[in-house]
Design a protein around this ligand. Structure first.
Ligand SMILES: [Cu+2]
Length: 352
C-alpha cells in the first residue's frame, strides 16, 4: 500500500514539474527568450548569495548550539591530544571552507551573464597549479604526521607500571580479564571455552598463571592517573572497543589481539560532579556493527582511586575458583578437613 502511495506521489511530482516547465516555456515565448534568460540569471544570482549568507549563519548557529555539549572534556591524556588534533584540523579546514564558499557564491553572483562582458580565456598557469597542489599537500602531510605520531604512541608500548586488562568482545557483550597477583595472563585455548562451566575465555587450568586470573562481565575497573593497557580480542566476529569519554577506539579482531593504552584523568565520581549528572558512567560501546544484538553491547568503565581499586580487586574470585567449585587441585584445606574428620571418627570408635 505505502509503495503504491510513494509511486503515485513520485508520478504526481513528475507531472507537476513537467507542467511547470512547459508553462515557463510558453511564458518565455510570450515575453521574448532573452529577457527571461536575463531575469532567471539575476534571480539565480541572488538565490546563491542568499544561500551563502544563510548557510554561513547556519554553520555559526550549529556551532554555538553544540559547542562542548556533545562529548564534554576528554577524560584521558591521549584523548586531550586527539581533541587538540581535531580542533587544529577543524580550524584549518574551516578557514579554507569559509574562504572558498564565499568566493564560490560571490563570484557566481558578481560574474553572472552580462551582455557587455566577454569571458577571459585563461586555460593554464603552471605556477598557480603548483601552488594549489603544494599548499594542501603540505598542510595535509603535517596533519597526517601528527595523527601518525599519536597513533604509534597510543598503540605502542605502554609504560611499565601500566595495569593490563584484557577485553574480549563476543556476540553480545564484553569479557574483562585481569591477570591476578602474578601479573601474567594464563594461557587460553578457544576450544576450551565452556560457558556452562563459567570458562568464558577457555582458560587452561593446568597453566598456573591462569589460576589466579580474574574474569568478569560486570565492569572494567581502572585506577585514576595510572596508565592502563588494553589487550583487545574477539571470540567471534569483529567488534570494536569504543571508549568515547577517553576518545579511544580499537577494533577487536578474532585471532589477532590489538592493543592501546591511555591514562584516565578523572574518577567516575569526579566526572559525576564535572558533568552535573549524578548518573554519569564512563561508557564502553561496540563501535562496529556486529550482529542483531550490537546495540546491547554497552558496558561500564569505573575509574576509581587506588584504594577503591584494591578493595574491588580483593573481592574478586579468580575464574579458576568459580569454574572448579569442587577443587581438584586446591590444596591443603580439604585435606586438613578430611584428616580432621578421620580423627574424629577414630576417637569415636576408640571411645566406643
Ligand atoms: Cu560488537
Amino acid at each position: 500500500m505505502s509503495t503504491l502511495l510513494i509511486i503515485a506521489i513520485l508520478l504526481l511530482g513528475f507531472i507537476v514539474v513537467f507542467q511547470i516547465a512547459k508553462a515557463s516555456e510558453y511564458v518565455s515565448v510570450l515575453k521574448g527568450e532573452k529577457k527571461t534568460f536575463e531575469q532567471n540569471n539575476r534571480i539565480n544570482g541572488f538565490l546563491l548569495l542568499a544561500f551563502l549568507i544563510l548557510g554561513l549563519i547556519g554553520v555559526y548557529w550549529c556551532n554555538e548550539m553544540f559547542k562542548g555539549k556533545i562529548l564534554g572534556e576528554a577524560a584521558s591524556d591521549h584523548g586531550e591530544k586527539i581533541d587538540n588534533m581535531l580542533y587544529i584540523t577543524i580550524a584549518i579546514t574551516g578557514i579554507v571552507f569559509i574562504i572558498t564558499q564565499i568566493l564560490l557564491f560571490w563570484f557566481s553572483f558578481k560574474y553572472q551573464y552580462n551582455e557587455k562582458r566577454k569571458a577571459f580565456y585563461y586555460p593554464h598557469n603552471n605556477k598557480l597549479e603548483a601552488l594549489w597542489t603544494a599548499v594542501p599537500a603540505i598542510a595535509l602531510t603535517v596533519l597526517v604526521g601528527f595523527g601518525l605520531y599519536y597513533w604509534f604512541k597510543i598503540t605502542g608500548d605502554a609504560p611499565k607500571e601500566a595495569n593490563v586488562i584484557e577485553i574480549t568482545g563476543k556476540q553480545f557483550g564484553w569479557i574483562y580479564r585481569y591477570p591476578g597477583k602474578d601479573k601474567v595472563f594464563g594461557k587460553k585455548y578457544y576450544k576450551n571455552i565452556d560457558e556452562g562451566n563459567l570458562n568464558q575465555l577457555g582458560l587452561l587450568w593446568d597453566d598456573k598463571a591462569a589460576q589466579d586470573d580474574i574474569v568478569t562481565n560486570e565492569a572494567m575497573y581502572m585506577v585514576v592517573g595510572k596508565p592502563v593497557k588494553l589487550v583487545i580480542n574477539s571470540r567471534d566476529v569483529v567488534h570494536d572497543v569504543g571508549l568515547v569519554h577517553f576518545r579511544m577506539k580499537m577494533d577487536a579482531v578474532p585471532g589477532t589481539p590489538t592493543t592501546m593504552w591511555f591514562t584516565p584523568k578523572y574518577t567516575t565520581a569526579q566526572m559525576k560532579e564535572k558533568t552535573g549528572n549524578p548518573d554519569f558512567e564512563y561508557e564502553i560501546s561496540c563501535d562496529q556493527m556486529c550482529g542483531k544484538g550490537h546495540y546491547s553491547m554497552k558496558g561500564i568503565v569505573k575509574v576509581v582511586e587506588p584504594a577503591e581499586y584494591l578493595l574491588w580487586l580483593a573481592k574478586q574470585k579468580p575464574n579458576y575458583v568459580m569454574s572448579n567449585p569442587e577443587p581438584a587441585v586446591a590444596p591443603a584445606v580439604p585435606a586438613a578437613d578430611s584428616t580432621a574428620t578421620a580423627a574424629v571418627e577414630a576417637t569415636k570408635s576408640l571411645s566406643n
